[in-house]
Design a protein around this ligand. Structure first.
Ligand code: LRH
Ligand code: MN
Length: 423
């Protein structure tokens, strides 16, 4: 789809303008090289369920050329990684993307220089050959048989992950209730904990389990893993291999997510992220498209909190996108999301934490804001582009995607009507 000479030709055309921008900004910030090193190591996992057009109950508008097999999805993620060298991992969702031939999928991933990040189980939909329904929940269910079915599925997902070289499992449960009186909250919690403990005891030694919380949807009265506090309760009761997972879209309006992140890091119980953006609910929009300042503030807490805990930025947390593309081209949307994540991370690295600490100790509120916003208002896009240039990627990934008419090429190869599994 894309070869080195096409990337080189694209970069050649933009080099002069890029150099001007990079020379300027690297001249006014203390450590451009340090930020470039960190960006180069920092890889974001692409969700296997977000490579086609998403939809809502009101409709779905296919963009054409969608991948209809796991192999084609790997190709698309490989293309993203070629364009920005920051998308070097895949997060699979089972059973939407079962690696029927794990060996072949693993070698295909190696061809595209892709790793396998967290595996995702699915006990929020009934599969056609499924014995017992998850209509009234899975791990919370009043029926032990349904709970066991959910546990068995998660253990099966771990096995797929082991074959591919993944070392973590994300559990998101739709479990909850939509009407008062429907559920006994204590029994639901204890049943869910018991089920997670069965999965935890099947977890390989070097694996982690991420407990993803969500405030509402598809249940609209209570959710059995409904917020960070409940997720932390489960993670603490499960053990040291259990962590919380923060999906940015899973909070009630105006929640202070950056404070939640700092506290979960302080508890050593923050496992990973599902990045996206939202204005109202779990809108799964492009990262940084609605609240870019909040994303920056979250990364500022991440950098500060990880450094305080001596964590490795690139490897000690799970960095994953979880988005759904109702109107944008899925690949363009993902390119914009990775760019927004890298930009927020770079700006967070630019924060003068020593000066900020001093301002906080002197209750210099205005001074503290100046220090934060100085970093946020510094245009570090040339630094991101320089990191890409040095890694053989495109100065403008979205620009090259369009210049090469890649969507048209995909439609030519796969047709207008192909549908990707997922959301
Ligand atoms: C639930 C969720 C979860 C996934 C699903 C695709 O809203 O965020 O992480 O399993 O989206
Ligand atoms: Mn999610």
């Amino acid at each position: 789809m894309l070869n080195k000479s096409q990337i080189d030709a694209h970069n050649e055309k933009g080099l002069a303008k890029h150099k001007k921008g990079f020379d300027y900004v690297s001249g006014i910030i203390p450590d451009a090289e340090g930020i470039i090193k960190k960006l180069t190591d920092f890889q974001v996992a692409i969700p296997s369920w977000a490579l086609g057009s998403g939809g809502t109950r009101f409709g779905r508008f296919s963009g054409g050329g969608e991948p209809s097999t796991l192999e084609e999805k790997m190709e698309d993620i490989g293309l993203l990684h070629q364009l920005n060298r920051s998308s070097g991992a895949v997060s699979l969702h089972i059973p939407w993307d079962i690696p029927t031939d794990a060996k072949a999928i693993k070698s295909l991933a190696a061809d595209f220089d892709l790793k396998f990040d967290a595996m995702n189980s699915n006990t929020f939909q009934d599969q056609k050959d499924q014995k017992l329904s998850y209509k009234f929940g899975s791990m919370q269910h009043v029926d032990k048989g349904v709970r066991q079915q959910a546990v068995d599925h998660n253990i099966e997902v771990i096995k797929y992950g082991q074959e591919l070289g993944s070392n973590s499992l994300t559990v998101w449960l739709a479990d909850g209730s939509s009407f008062p009186g429907q559920l006994n909250f204590r029994n639901a919690f204890n049943n869910t904990l018991e089920s997670l403990q069965s999965i935890y005891s099947a977890l390989p030694d070097d694996w982690k389990i991420f407990v993803e919380y969500k405030a509402f949807e598809p249940n609209f009265y209570s959710t059995t893993v409904g917020d960070w506090g409940q997720s932390l309760l489960y993670a603490n009761k499960l053990g040291e291999k259990a962590y919380t997972l923060v999906d940015l879209g899973h909070h009630l309006p105006n929640a202070n997510i950056e404070q939640i992140v700092s506290l979960l890091l302080n508890e050593r119980k923050l496992g990973g992220f599902h990045f996206n953006d939202s204005k109202y609910g779990d809108d799964d929009l492009t990262v940084g498209s609605i609240k870019p300042y909040q994303l920056f503030l979250i990364f500022k807490e991440l950098v500060e909190g990880m450094d305080a805990r001596g964590l490795n930025h690139a490897t000690d947390l799970g960095w994953m996108i979880d988005a759904s593309h109702n109107i944008k081209d899925p690949l363009e949307d993902l390119l914009q999301s990775v760019e927004a994540i890298n930009l927020a991370y770079a700006q967070a690295l630019l924060v003068d934490s020593k000066a900020l600490n001093e301002a906080q100790l002197n209750n210099d509120v205005a001074g503290a804001q100046e220090i934060l916003q100085d970093a946020y208002r510094t245009d570090l896009r040339p630094v991101l582009a320089e990191a890409r240039l040095r890694e053989g990627a495109a100065l403008s990934p979205l620009g090259l995607f369009r210049e090469q008419k890649i969507r048209q090429q995909l439609i030519g190869k796969r047709g207008e009507k192909t549908v990707a599994t997922g959301l």
